[in-house]
Design a protein around this ligand. Structure first.
Ligand SMILES: [Zn+2]
Length: 358
């Protein structure tokens, strides 16, 4: 019994110390409820513990203090674990965002994940799990290849809560992307940019050549746009009007989408009725003034020497002359300026710069 009393006193001292420590700590960190952790008997309240020896000396009291010790341990362990779990989640999210922002290759990311896992971080083994890469993508055979429609409304809705006005202005880009040098596989995505936000994919086509017929390829996009243009998008009780401001494509893609002749044809100018002449196997537009093409005229397919068919965009009410912007990079920088530089450095003697003036 004496041994037991000694043991009890020792535990009592430890307990008092612990309580003082917990109280001061708890007050600082807002965990004043330490003793009333679920499962801890209410008698363990700090007011009651330094009670009468008679009461505390009972077996129950000893058990209580034992329980309390255990619970404090449990509580402190819990406290340590909680931030860790939160840290892991946010760490994983941050890592995912970082990998996406800096376009880290899957190989590099797998290497990094392996190192971090060795260091004890709870992370997936494969980067595809981290990036939540979809494993299956259902496509349908269409236009001579595989096609997938993601949707215009879904993409716009992602940004609507951050819109500053009730009008949604869209910029559209369609272009062919060769995937490999060794094969003719190419992607034809329909990309849409909504205001100042990043572009999103509305549809994707993959095939050995450009999608054919064009009408089928654009069918989903054009019909959804037409619906949104007529009815608007309702998001959280607010109606937004939708309008395509510009279609931004390079010359071959413009000719494909507008169903017009290529940029080397006699009547290839997309803005006016000028007819080019052939000079040294090149088409030259020497007229300074010419009648402009109009959206209405284009919609009525009046330009028979320019248009090769009826563009699906006409049916959607998109003004095909004014909406298709002429791209500065291909026409001016890589077109006229590049040609001038070639003539000045390697052209015929009549226009080439001399060595001194280089
Ligand atoms: Zn012109």
């Amino acid at each position: 019994m004496t041994l037991r009393v000694r043991q009890w006193r020792k535990r009592q001292r430890e307990l008092d110390q612990l309580l003082r420590y917990s109280d001061s700590d708890g007050e600082q960190e807002g965990i004043k409820n330490v003793p009333s952790v679920p499962g801890t008997p209410s008698s363990c309240n700090s007011d009651n513990v330094p009670g009468t020896p008679d009461r505390v000396m009972s077996d129950n009291a000893l058990e209580t203090s034992d329980d309390f010790d255990t619970d404090v341990d449990y509580w402190s362990t819990d406290l340590e674990q909680e931030p860790n779990e939160a840290e892991v989640t946010s760490f994983e999210d941050e890592l995912r965002q970082w990998a996406l922002e800096y376009k880290v290759t899957h190989r590099a990311l797998n290497g990094l994940l392996s190192i971090l896992r060795k260091q004890g971080h709870l992370l997936p083994v494969d980067c595809r799990t981290l990036l939540a890469t979809p494993q299956h993508n259902t496509t349908e055979p269409k236009c001579g290849g595989q096609y997938k429609y993601y949707g215009l409304e879904k993409g716009i809705c992602r940004y609507l809560s951050q819109m500053e006005s009730n009008d949604v202005h869209l910029s559209v880009n369609v272009d062919g992307i060769p995937l490999f040098r060794s094969s003719g596989v190419q992607f034809w995505p329909i990309l849409v940019k909504c205001g100042h936000f990043d572009p999103f994919i509305v549809a994707m086509f993959s095939g050995q050549s450009k999608p054919n017929p064009l009408e089928n390829y654009l069918k989903d996009f054009v019909s959804e746009y037409k619906h949104l243009k007529d009815n608007g998008i309702v998001f959280k009780g607010q109606t937004y009007t939708v309008n395509i401001d510009a279609l931004i494509c390079d010359a071959p893609a413009r000719a494909f989408l507008k169903c017009i002749k290529g940029h080397t044809a006699y009547e290839s100018c997309e803005r006016c009725l000028v007819r080019g002449t052939c000079v040294e196997r090149r088409i030259v537009f020497s007229e300074q003034v010419s009648t402009s093409r109009t959206d209405d005229g284009f919609s009525r397919v009046e330009y028979s020497n320019h248009q090769t068919g009826i563009s699906p965009f006409i049916a959607a009410g998109i003004p095909c002359v004014s909406s298709f912007v002429l791209d500065y990079m291909h026409i001016v920088c890589l077109g006229v300026v590049r040609r001038l530089l070639i003539y000045l450095t390697r052209g015929p003697k009549v226009c080439r710069l001399s060595v001194e003036s280089h």
